[in-house]
Each structure stands twice: as structure tokens, then as C-alpha cells.
Design a protein around this ligand. Structure first.
Ligand code: ATP
Length: 150
């Protein structure tokens, strides 16, 4: 199976650099699936979930907080404003961020709340909760498929 090199870089770290089979990324104009030998392109990314497919492994999910993606036929570079693996996400923090954003949006009409900012915060928190939830679901499924020790 053909592979391409995927790098995911944030201001803080290079979080991923491996040969993979496919990446599905949250492009600003829609979700994009990138396979090896793709036409070169440069695109903005929005808040969303990035999915990494690698033969013989479970798909990995990363919450992306916007950025850019450069595609070359055998190499994809994601420069993310923020990025977390499912297992790194602090769900309580994301739920608190969602609560704050919802509160701001509810008050937006009466007070001088920055609507776009509150909406962006709501989307970021919702993506984090969704990506973290995927991991929890997988863990539950793994537990069910494992033979009981008793
Ligand atoms: P908060 O209001 O909770 O700070 P935010 O959406 O404003 O959230 P960002 O500006 O997107 O946060 O990210 C700031 C940094 O904090 C980034 O490094 C990001 O990876 C990290 N981060 C934000 N929320 C979480 C979370 N729930 N779990 C783990 N890391 C997080």
C-alpha cells in the first residue's frame, strides 16, 4: 500500500512525523481526504478533526484548531494553531470552555459580546469533546471484546 509522510507541527512541538496511508483533514472549504500522489495544494484548515489512517493500526484522531496544510505528492505538512491527540484532551476543560462560550452567545444580543469569538470558542470546544469521546468509545469497545479475566 502506498504511503506518504505526514508531519503535524504546532508552535509548541512537532507532534507527528510518520509514513501513513491517508489523512482526512478539516479544510476550510470542506473535509479533504489526501492519499499518496495527490496534486500539490496549499489550503487553510478550520477547527475540526484530523483522521490518520495507517495500515494495520486503529485510526488516530487529532483535534485541530485551525491552521494550514501543504500537500505534495508524497508529503503533507499540517501547521496547526492548536492540535491535540484524543488522549491529550482535558474533557473538563473543554466542557468548561463550551459552557463559557454558550453563556457568551446567550448574552451576545444584549451586551457587546464578540459573537464571532464566542462562536469560534464553541466550535473548538465541541471538536475537542467529540475527539475525546471517540477515544472513550474505542476503549469501551476494546473492554467488551477482551475476554473477561474471571
Ligand atoms: P480554553 O478556553 O480552555 O483555554 P481555547 O479554545 O481558548 O481553550 P486554544 O487557544 O485553542 O484554547 O489552545 C491553547 C492551548 O491549550 C493549545 O496548546 C491547546 O492545544 C491547549 N488546549 C486547549 N484546550 C485544551 C483541552 N481541553 N485539552 C488539552 N489541551 C487544550
Amino acid at each position: 500500500m502506498a504511503t506518504l509522510r505526514l508531519e503535524i507541527i504546532t508552535a509548541e512541538r512537532k507532534m507527528f512525523d510518520e509514513q501513513i496511508n491517508m489523512v482526512v483533514a478539516p479544510g476550510s472549504e470542506g473535509v479533504m481526504g489526501i492519499l499518496p500522489h495527490h496534486t500539490p495544494l496549499l489550503t487553510a484548515l478550520t477547527y475540526g478533526e484530523l483522521q490518520i489512517k495507517k495500515e494495520g493500526e486503529d485510526d488516530q484522531f487529532v483535534a485541530i484548531g485551525g491552521g494550514f496544510m501543504e500537500v505534495q505528492p508524497d508529503h503533507v505538512v499540517v501547521l496547526a494553531d492548536a492540535a491535540e491527540y484524543a488522549e491529550e484532551i482535558d474533557v473538563a476543560r473543554a466542557e468548561e470552555a463550551r459552557r463559557r462560550a454558550e453563556e457568551s452567545l446567550a448574552k451576545a444580543r444584549e451586551e457587546g459580546i464578540d459573537f464571532a469569538r464566542a462562536e469560534a470558542a464553541l466550535r473548538r470546544s465541541a471538536i475537542r469533546i467529540k475527539v475525546a469521546e471517540r477515544r472513550r468509545r474505542r476503549e469501551r469497545a476494546d473492554q467488551r471484546s477482551r475476554p473477561s479475566s474471571s
